[in-house]
Design a protein around this ligand. Structure first.
Ligand SMILES: [Zn+2]
Length: 332
């Protein structure tokens, strides 16, 4: 049994309070390996941004939970070594069961998500409450994210064909009964790199897909029901067209990729949205650079010379997000 405080981590409680009142959102970046973790920490130290390191159940399977936990400990020490201590949260993304959440809490996670969004409303309430009761009764309070509404798209073990927008009428009851610390809602974001079907979009003069706008009306309704309560957006990559083009130029195939425009996320970050999840953009940045190097330097076979530049690009992407999209730069 390890408490997150022993690892030098923090929960989301104070960070979300400051983010809501400060009109910015915390970055929640997924990581599975060392290069991703280094890029996240370098970017967040340089921009003086607090950060949520997210681990999905897919990441746990890929990298091993003990390795990830110790990488989070390493992340805290790495930030210190880089010269600036930033608040770091270790968060379970899309926890699918009470047992998984409990396991993560006992191995040093400072925050967990319990995703009961696929269940009936009453089952979602019961499961979320059970996780909150356990997490909140720990010696060091662990924060819990719940979800109402369903996001479309595919991400690791999570997939849904159709989205169901969050019903604002349910949020007061849900938050009151479960005592969650934050709530993920569905207002039109989506998992993956193809967030909408082409028939849901329009096209500009260059044939590039323009997605339907986020449902800010639903967000506003939710904020009216639970003023100041921390709101989370999943599936919020922008799917930069430069990366898609670079990947395709060097032999990849990512037909009909489309994300959430950054100006809409910037607008959301100024509201009670205080955590924005970005995973696909990082995957695209790494893949683009790896493809470029493998094609342009066919003699290269040192993984450091392939993953190193990918890591640098990832850092650049995260710095940009902190400064220009989330507004979290300078808040640590
Ligand atoms: Zn998600």
């Amino acid at each position: 049994m390890t408490s997150y405080k022993e690892l030098g981590l923090v929960n989301t409680k104070e960070l979300f309070k400051k983010a809501v009142s400060g009109g910015y959102a915390l970055p929640a970046y997924n990581f599975n390996n060392m290069e991703q973790m280094q890029a996240i920490i370098q970017a967040c130290v340089e921009t003086k941004s607090p950060v949520i390191l997210q681990v999905s159940s897919g990441a746990r399977k890929y990298a091993n939970q003990n390795i990830l936990k110790n990488m989070a400990r390493g992340a805290v020490e790495y930030a210190h070594e880089l010269g600036y201590d930033i608040p770091i949260v270790l968060h379970l993304d899309h926890g699918s069961s009470f047992e998984l959440c409990k396991d993560c809490i006992e191995t040093g996670f400072s925050s967990v998500m319990i995703d009961g969004s696929h269940l009936s409303y009453d089952e979602n309430v019961a499961l979320t409450k059970k996780v909150c009761d356990f997490a909140h009764s720990q010696k060091d309070y662990v924060t819990v994210e719940g979800e109402l509404g369903v996001l479309a798209g595919v991400e690791d073990d999570v997939s849904a064909e159709h989205s169901h927008y969050t019903q604002p009428a349910e949020v007061i009851d849900f938050v009151g009964k479960t005592k969650v610390d934050s709530l993920a809602i569905s207002i039109g974001t989506s998992h993956g790199r193809a967030k909408f079907k082409p028939e849901q979009c329009t096209r500009d003069a260059n044939g590039i897909l323009i997605p339907p706008p986020l449902r800010f009306d639903i967000l506003e309704e939710v904020e009216k029901k639970i003023p100041g309560f921390p709101i989370v957006l999943h599936g919020s990559s922008s799917v930069p067209i430069e990366y898609v083009h670079m990947i395709e130029k060097y032999g990849g195939k990512l037909t009909d990729s489309v994300g959430i425009p950054e100006e809409q996320l910037r607008k959301a970050a100024k509201s009670a949205v205080c955590k924005i999840n970005i995973d696909s953009d990082g995957r695209l940045a790494m893949t683009a650079l790896i493809r470029k190097i493998l094609i342009e330097k066919p003699e290269e076979f040192d993984p450091r010379n392939i993953l190193g530049p990918a890591r640098d690009e990832l850092k650049k992407l995260y710095s940009h997000k902190n400064k220009n999209v989330l507004g979290s730069a300078g808040q640590a």
